[in-house]
Design a protein around this ligand. Sequence first.
Ligand SMILES: Nc1ncnc2c1ncn2[C@@H]1O[C@H](COP(=O)(O)OP(=O)(O)OP(=O)(O)O)[C@@H](O)[C@H]1O
Ligand SMILES: O=P(O)(O)O[C@H]1[C@H](OP(=O)(O)O)[C@@H](OP(=O)(O)O)[C@@H](O)[C@@H](O)[C@@H]1OP(=O)(O)O
Ligand SMILES: [Mg+2]
Ligand SMILES: [Mg+2]
Length: 365
Amino acid sequence: MAGEKRRFAIGYALLPKKENSFIRESLVNLAKSRGVDLVKIDRERSLVDQGPFDCVLHKLYGEDWKIQLADFRSRNPNAVIVDSPDAIERLHNRISMLQVVSELKIENQSETFGIPKQIVIYDQETLFDNQAWELLKFPVIAKPLVADGSAKSHKMTLVFNRDGLNKLKPPIVLQEFVNHGGVIFKVYVAGEYVQCVKRKSLPDVSEEKLKSLEGSLRFSQVSNLPTHEKSDDTYYKMMNLEDTELPPQIFMTDIAKGLRKAMKLNLFNFDVIRDTRFGNRYLIIDINYFPGYAKMPGYETVLTDFFCDIMILKEREKGLLEECSQKKMAGTDGRQLLNCEEEVRKTVTNSGCSDGEEKENSIQV
Ligand SMILES: Nc1ncnc2c1ncn2[C@@H]1O[C@H](COP(=O)(O)OP(=O)(O)OP(=O)(O)O)[C@@H](O)[C@H]1O
Ligand SMILES: O=P(O)(O)O[C@H]1[C@H](OP(=O)(O)O)[C@@H](OP(=O)(O)O)[C@@H](O)[C@@H](O)[C@@H]1OP(=O)(O)O
Ligand SMILES: [Mg+2]
Ligand SMILES: [Mg+2]
């Protein structure tokens, strides 16, 4: 119909669990009311045979999916893929995941940040090698090196002494357990948007308690337990989440923006703990791609705003590309035209924005 605004189609490819939690009617309806249609990608069929999509939103693992995305990209150069599989891959290894934190430069006088001391262990022998232990002291958390979303990749062991090392199965990362008052901060990022929330974490381990504790303790996804499970526990009844102060908003936002640029990712969250030894030292312990946004207050609006930002960007790109082809019709030579189109893509995708001013509505691709 003449004058009707163009609609925007976002194809989503998610595992069933994620689809159930993320694709809620409330999100679909809000996005629809603002011109964005969320369309399920059929994982049984080839991606290139589906669509058309202006954007593909995804959280799937494996080589086959990467190939499908590459095919789709070459046939649809104007579609946005959120996010690039290569950029996501960095988060599938708990060492490369946190390496990016050391690259960040954030000016802040009153707070500091970093990551806990950690080593990677590839085999059983190195596990008991004293040299490997020079850097660390107990307690430590043993985390599977691979963070590929499998249940196995979330199985952690809190190790109190050497006896506790026996049950570990390398390849693992051994990370110093840092007392943090039993509360973890989860910082959700969706494009330009940043929100920090509090969650229950593991309780502190005092020096005295450490002496009496045996071997190790296994756990999994402690900050992701349903609230009723936590409230059954006497420890959690004792803890008062409300009493814990959030980290300074500006500090978390600066870290989030720095991470987003360095990783070239739009959809992620990171877990932060405050070291109780220094009330102003923050440690990043985990970064997750496409986390559970539905648990974030106001997720429908936040995500719809993000989708609309992509839409605005695409429209701007379309307009600028049209200008390029008008130049072509006006007889501008081919080389200049190529430059023009390249310029448009650079401006719109903001792919080179790691230094310099960040543009409005920028999406990292
Ligand atoms: N270095 C540490 N010091 C203290 N507590 C830690 C540390 N690392 C992890 N934890 C605790 O263990 C939990 C799980 O660790 P981590 O976040 O690395 O695992 P995950 O399985 O990747 O979590 P998610 O469900 O967020 O993906 C954290 O939420 C926190 O409660
Ligand atoms: O389970 P939820 O949807 O809430 O989200 C969790 C998500 O699981 P899902 O992607 O399978 O859904 C996890 O992803 P994988 O590491 O397993 O890939 C990880 O990102 C968690 O940190 C998320 O919890 P949150 O950090 O937001 O509390
Ligand atoms: Mg975590
Ligand atoms: Mg994680």
